[in-house]
Design a protein around this ligand. Structure first.
Ligand SMILES: *[C@@H]1O[C@H](CO)[C@@H](O)[C@H](O)[C@H]1NC(C)=O
Ligand SMILES: *[C@@H]1O[C@H](CO)[C@@H](O)[C@H](O)[C@H]1NC(C)=O
Ligand SMILES: *[C@@H]1O[C@H](CO)[C@@H](O)[C@H](O)[C@H]1NC(C)=O
Ligand SMILES: CC(=O)N[C@H]1CO[C@H](CO)[C@@H](O)[C@@H]1O
Ligand SMILES: [Fe+2]
Length: 688
């Protein structure tokens, strides 16, 4: 063909197509149960220079285009370029013969005629025929969101969220929680996947079946010999729980657990003896090798004080009064880096309250340690575990959902760290701490005691104690060796802090940006009000004025829901499966004189057979890793789509990988490994 006639043909073709441009739309349906829709799906593209018509996404695949895990592409023709894409509108309409079904789109990608790729994260259910707006992945703060439809959809999204997520008061004096009438009334976005729900029935009887202990559920007798406990315990062993059974009576192991057990929060350096604890050098250092005054000066004396439990009313179980004490434990760091208990006083006030010593009779000393371990269980479950990880994580999550839209950078950063938290807490309230819950019925502090402990715990909670570097410094523990919780935790804190600083630094260029982000200020304001009940004495910020403040707080939020929770949750069966090391309740009062104990009184002090197995099965369930576990730092939902944050996520993951291999190498040299803060073993969120 002649060149001028070819040109004429091209012009004719262009004119006849009306100068159409083409957008290639790819829709990703989530790979999870019930994600499929067989309904018709429609899309409208909205850009800075105009919008497309609402188009039916009909392609070669027909009805299978939106089945679970499907990736399907479509072409959308428009008369002219739409400019920069701002959002998409999606809706789904059922066919006459099909029922309305629910659809779980994961994301949509659009290739523009200019060759740009726009990504629209979704990860939500569409289960009605309304129009849903989804923003392009570039994160935007409220004062940058200038496109009129963008700003409109932002407001609509927040209106809907405020309806779906409401605060409720579960108990006066406790952080507020999500309002929900039953487990199914939570919005579907925050519910377990089908996989998790079917694996996880939050009832002790499930655990009893798994541990093959069902036959003991009605046995309300006390234990008669330690071998029977051992036989029951052999049903389920872990590498660490086996170690615990072998070493539970040893003083060095008793001391070790204050550093690396499930409750590493209580021990602190002691520079002056508490006035209530009358010990002398002769009592604690009978060989005259050391003096308390000198060892305190050197920073070698430590104290664990359970005063939070003082005067708490203990439970009644199987018709019998139970006992809970508020001990003081004095410890000595020896030159060979062991943490050795020196003295135990089981009550805060002196009356009828001997100071037990390692030089006492075997069972006097062992009984004192058992009372401490049981007090520790109750303090750990309610304060360390429930309040300071689960309930706080819920406050952070509800405040996020109520105040920040999907397009906000902090939403993108934090939403993966809230996965399953609302639902697991709802179930915990229902099955663990309700009137008929396992904890309420079978632990020493269940019932009225629980309320007292939780209220005291919240009223003494401080911001600095939630920030690991400050917490370790305040407790004077910087120089303590073999303190793996501290070593691994501080490295994690630094890695998270660096990541947060870089990601938020990409979006907030100055303190002014922080101050004028009204959504961000509402987020922290809600946390102060609903999480910390507006108590300024906690030190929790009521607003953010600098980037530094923001970075620290967000680091704490991520650390608390992932690392801190793993540290206090994952080892529960390891350390508590062997009941004598962690009795959930005790049934004889603490000895008021020396020389009154024996193996027999110890066995009578332990919880009954069926109380024991209820405790074991609950700890077993709470320590299990589920199959849809998302390891720390992995973000399969890709809320961030821009190049810089995606690169920062890769750097973050590389740092975590290095930490993980260091921890594994360290663990391989230890008789008793500390695996709980290995990034590959800890979960992104409070999900169990
Ligand atoms: C659709 O989602 C809403 C809100 O999450 C939920 O209340 C409703 O039960 C869902 N409907 C269906 C049919 O799944
Ligand atoms: C122990 O078994 C008795 C029945 O023998 C039952 O009434 C009681 O509730 C059980 N207690 C626990 C703690 O499971
Ligand atoms: C010591 O005893 C007093 C009451 O005698 C009590 O108020 C205080 O909390 C106790 N504990 C400590 C560690 O001082
Ligand atoms: C309990 C635990 O996770 N132990 C691991 C510690 O690290 C070594 C070396 O990687 C593993 O072999 C252990 O299983
Ligand atoms: Fe937990």
């Amino acid at each position: 063909m002649h060149s001028s006639s070819r040109l004429r043909l091209v012009i004719i073709l262009l004119l006849s197509k009306g100068n159409m441009v083409n957008y290639e739309v790819t829709v990703f349906t989530g790979n999870r149960a019930e994600a499929t829709t067989l309904n018709n799906v429609f899309i409208k593209l909205v850009g800075t220079d105009g919008e497309s018509k609402r188009k039916w996404l009909m392609g070669l695949k027909g009805a299978s285009a939106f089945i679970r895990g499907a990736v399907s592409s479509f072409n959308i023709c428009c008369p002219a370029s739409l400019g920069e894409l701002v959002l998409i509108q999606l809706d789904k309409q059922r066919l006459p013969l099909f029922p309305e079904d629910s659809w779980f789109p994961a994301k949509v990608e659009v290739k523009s005629p200019e060759g740009n790729i726009y990504r629209f994260p979704i990860h939500g259910w569409i289960n009605n025929s309304n129009t849903h707006y989804f923003r392009e992945g570039t994160a935007l703060k409220v004062f940058e969101d200038t496109h009129h439809l963008g700003a409109y959809s932002r407001l609509q999204e927040m209106k809907k969220r405020e309806q779906d997520y409401n605060w409720a008061v579960y108990m006066e004096g406790m952080p507020h929680c999500i309002k929900a009438d039953n487990p199914l009334s939570l919005p579907c976005e925050v519910m377990f996947s089908f996989t998790k729900a079917s694996e996880f029935a939050f009832t002790a009887s499930t655990g009893l079946v798994e541990l093959k202990l069902k036959g003991l559920a009605d046995c309300k007798k006390p234990w008669t010999d330690i071998d029977s406990i051992s036989r029951v315990f052999w049903c389920k062993q872990t590498e660490i729980s086996e170690y615990v059974e072998e070493h539970w009576k040893e003083d060095a192991f008793f001391g070790y657990q204050f550093l690396n057990g499930v409750n590493p929060r209580l021990i602190r350096r002691c520079s002056a003896l508490p006035s209530n604890l009358s010990v002398t050098d002769d009592m604690v250092f009978p060989s005259g090798q050391y003096s308390l005054a000198e060892e305190m000066k050197k920073g070698n004396i430590f104290l664990c004080d359970y005063r939070n439990l003082d005067g708490v009313k203990a439970n009644t179980i199987n018709g019998k009064q139970q006992y809970l004490t508020a001990p003081l434990v004095l410890l000595h760091r020896t030159p060979d880096a062991k943490m050795m208990p020196l003295a135990i006083q089981l009550k805060q006030t002196p009356a009828d309250n001997p100071v037990f010593l390692p030089s006492d009779s075997e069972y006097d000393w062992l009984t004192a340690k058992i009372f401490v371990r049981s007090a520790d269980f109750n303090e750990h479950q309610l304060n360390t575990h429930l309040l300071r990880t689960h309930l706080l994580a819920e406050v952070f999550a509800v405040s996020l959902l109520r105040n920040l839209p999907m397009v906000h950078p902090l939403y993108k950063l934090l939403i993966p760290h809230t996965r399953y938290t609302l639902q697991i807490n709802y179930l915990a309230r229902l099955f663990l701490i309700s009137e008929t819950g396992v904890f309420t019925k079978f632990s020493a502090s269940g019932g009225e005691g629980m309320t007292t402990i939780l209220k005291r715990s919240l009223s003494s909670m401080t911001y600095s104690s939630l920030c690991l570097p400050e917490d370790i410094a305040e407790r004077g523990l910087e120089a303590v060796p073999n303190f793996y919780y501290k070593d691994d935790g501080l490295r994690l804190w630094e890695i998270i802090h660096r990541f947060v600083e870089r990601v938020l630094g990409h979006y907030y260029k100055s303190d002014t940006d922080v101050q004028k982000d009204s959504e961000l200020q509402k987020w922290i304001g809600d946390i102060f009000e609903h999480g910390f009940l507006s108590q300024a004495s906690t030190g929790i910020p009521q607003g953010f004025s600098t980037m530094t403040e923001l970075n620290k707080f967000v680091t704490m939020v991520i650390f608390t829901g992932s690392c801190q929770h793993a540290a206090v949750n994952s080892g529960q069966y390891d350390y508590g499966g062997w009941m004598p090391n962690t009795p959930i309740t005790l049934q004889l009062p603490p000895p008021t004189r020396k020389g009154t104990t024996s193996e027999e009184t110890m066995l009578q002090t332990f919880p009954d057979v069926n109380t024991t197995v209820q405790g074991m099965s609950t700890m077993w369930l709470l320590s299990k890793q589920s199959s849809d576990f998302v390891p720390f730092g992995e973000y399969p939902e890709e809320h961030f789509t821009e190049e810089i944050p995606c690169e920062l996520i890769k750097d973050f993951q590389a740092e975590l990988k290095k930490l993980s291999s260091d921890i594994k190498a360290r663990n391989s040299t230890l008789k008793l490994p500390y695996p709980y803060l290995d990034p590959t073993a800890l979960e992104n969120s409070v999900a169990i």
